[in-house]
Design a binder for this molecule. Structure first.
Ligand SMILES: [Zn+2]
Length: 60
């Protein structure tokens, strides 16, 4: 499978990434998230981007 997708964090188009809670994130953002402690303000940013992407998948 080599389908390209847009990263939900940085919006980069890549085939290298993973699905987290059905939200696609690229390799770079995945690594950054792993390296970011939960009390870092940046972690909050990641979580918010993920939540927003997750919500946008649910048809309203
Ligand atoms: Zn990314």
């Amino acid at each position: 499978m080599s389908r390209k997708d847009h990263c939900s964090i940085c919006e980069k188009e890549t085939e290298k990434g993973i699905y987290l809670l059905r939200v696609f994130i690229c390799e770079d953002c995945e690594e950054e998230m792993i390296d970011t402690p939960a009390d870092d303000p940046k972690y909050d940013y990641f979580v918010k981007r993920m939540a927003k992407a997750h919500r946008s998948m649910i048809p309203s």
